[in-house]
Design a binder for this molecule. Structure first.
Ligand SMILES: [Zn+2]
Length: 482
């Protein structure tokens, strides 16, 4: 069954006898369902399906079949530095990447990080990843980012960004326009967004970048509600100038007032919650408890592998934990006891799948297991694991029991990219060599002392570091003890 050639010829594929989580809105669960894939689409769902001659059979019994997961915010270029910043705060991250060492990344280093991140994503059943690519100092860097994404059989969205320049500068450069014309061709496997932050500077220096996004007809994704860096001022500027739209994706949205949440809700945008990141880096408390109260749609994300993995099982688990933790604490402060959890495992599985599709404007063809939709599918099954049975509550099993090692089979756009726990058509050894060259380049450029120190960098005392951008001197008074 694990012969890659078997999957190569575009034959139909059927996943037989799994517990199928459709995530179809009605949240139908088929206890022993088959899912038939023909070409790039889901062709049929049901028990004991008749299938075309030559269909490849995959035994999904004792497993869970679900939509491919969707990560709506990941700085894939940083994966070449996997785990380096495990003990960083957000301020140290800003010092290392934005102010000191990010400029040393060459196009080939962007390629290396993206390549490894893309492979890691499909291995974990993340079939669509938004590459929040803010290390694109030149369009050569951007070409390298796309080259890597196109070298891996996953679905990606390039969210083009550049922390080295003002958004108004890079978005209006002729070479950026040329890049978009050359590389963004409407390919269904490579979406496109603009990625930049709104500092809150009252002169609204980011306005020209929003106008470019509008002219191109693409969504903006922005780190909003990040303690000290972006706040209500940015949301109000976006709103006052008419740049809050249903396709806008607000990342974190943690340190915001009710007024900002009202503006997001009223304009139909969604929030990408990176719970593991918010818990550890300091953007603010993971906001799902507030987003639920305001009826704001949620998707999940892993942010960066310089701290965390690209694994949405972690996102689901930490998001449930943080939301419930908040509820319990607030109840206890009032002398009360939470007797029924408001946030359910089913909801976070929905956020990891359909929520991502909705955020990307792809709810018509991604995010659920329904006939006619794109065949982006995950089979969670591990016959060697004592944790795969009994399978009593499939949503709870996905959110709290399963992990990336249990991802047995992955299909993207109808193509089997992982089967029997092994990636197909991916040269991991080559990716390793590519990443090693990047690590060697950075290590030798920085020098051994700075390399070691970078894992716990000093914070320059003379600079207020909350706003890491150098194109404006604006700093919010809100986080400086005013
Ligand atoms: Zn981020």
């Amino acid at each position: 069954m694990s012969d890659p050639k078997e999957f190569a010829a575009g034959r139909p594929v059927v996943l037989r006898g799994g517990t199928v989580l459709t995530m179809d809105g009605a949240e139908q669960v088929l206890p022993r369902g088959d899912v038939l894939v023909v070409d790039d689409r889901i062709a049929a769902i049901g028990p004991a399906l008749a299938v075309p001659e030559g269909t490849v059979e995959i035994d999904a019994s004792d497993g869970v079949v679900m939509p491919g997961m969707i990560d709506t915010h990941r700085h894939m270029w940083q994966t070449a530095m996997r785990g380096y910043g495990a003990d960083w705060t957000l301020t140290q991250y800003f010092v290392w990447y934005y102010l000191e060492s990010g400029r040393h990344f060459r196009p080939e280093d962007i390629y290396a990080g993206n390549l490894l991140a893309a492979i890691e994503a499909i291995d974990a059943g993340v079939t669509t990843t938004v590459d929040w690519s803010h290390g694109l100092q030149t369009t050569q860097h951007a070409d390298a980012a796309v080259d890597a994404l196109q070298a891996v059989p996953g679905r990606f969205v390039l969210a083009y960004g550049n922390i080295a320049q003002a958004p108004a500068a890079w978005t209006t450069a002729p070479e950026f326009r040329d890049f978009v014309g050359r590389r963004i061709t409407g390919d269904d496997m490579l979406g496109f967004q603009l990625a930049f932050d709104v500092t809150g500077d009252p002169t609204f220096p980011e306005k020209p970048a929003f106008e470019v996004a509008r002219g191109l007809g693409v969504a903006v994704t922005t780190h909003a509600g990040v303690w000290g860096a972006t706040n209500d001022d940015g949301i109000r500027l976006m709103h006052d100038h008419g740049f809050m739209a249903p396709e806008t994706v607000y990342v974190h949205a943690a340190t915001l007032s009710a007024d900002s949440y009202h503006r997001i809700a009223a304009t139909g945008g969604s929030v990408s919650v990176s719970t593991e990141s918010e818990q550890s880096a300091g953007q603010g408390y993971p906001p799902t408890w507030a987003l639920r109260a305001h009826g704001i749609p949620v998707s999940l994300s892993m942010d960066t592998s310089v701290w965390w993995s690209g694994d949405l099982f972690s996102a689901m688990r930490t998001t449930l934990g943080a939301d419930r933790s908040r509820e319990h604490l607030e109840a206890h402060a009032k002398g009360e006891t939470v007797t029924h959890a408001a946030l359910r495992a089913e909801q976070v599985v929905g956020w990891a799948t359909r929520g991502g599709a909705r955020a990307l404007g792809r709810d018509l063809d991604l995010g659920s297991v329904e006939v006619g939709k794109k065949a982006d599918l995950v089979l969670i099954k591990n016959d060697h694991s004592p944790v795969m049975f009994p399978l009593l509550n499939p949503y709870g099993h996905v959110a709290f029991q399963a992990q990336r090692g249990d991802v047995h089979t992955v299909l993207v756009n109808g193509r089997v990219v992982k089967h029997d726990h092994r990636l197909l058509g991916v040269d991991l050894a080559a990716a390793r060599r590519t990443v090693e060259q990047t690590v060697e380049h950075l290590r030798s450029t920085l020098g051994e002392e700075a390399w070691e120190k970078g894992m716990n960098p000093d914070v320059p005392e003379t600079t207020i570091l909350d706003n890491p951008y150098t194109y404006t001197d604006y700093h919010s008074a809100g986080t400086h003890g005013s």
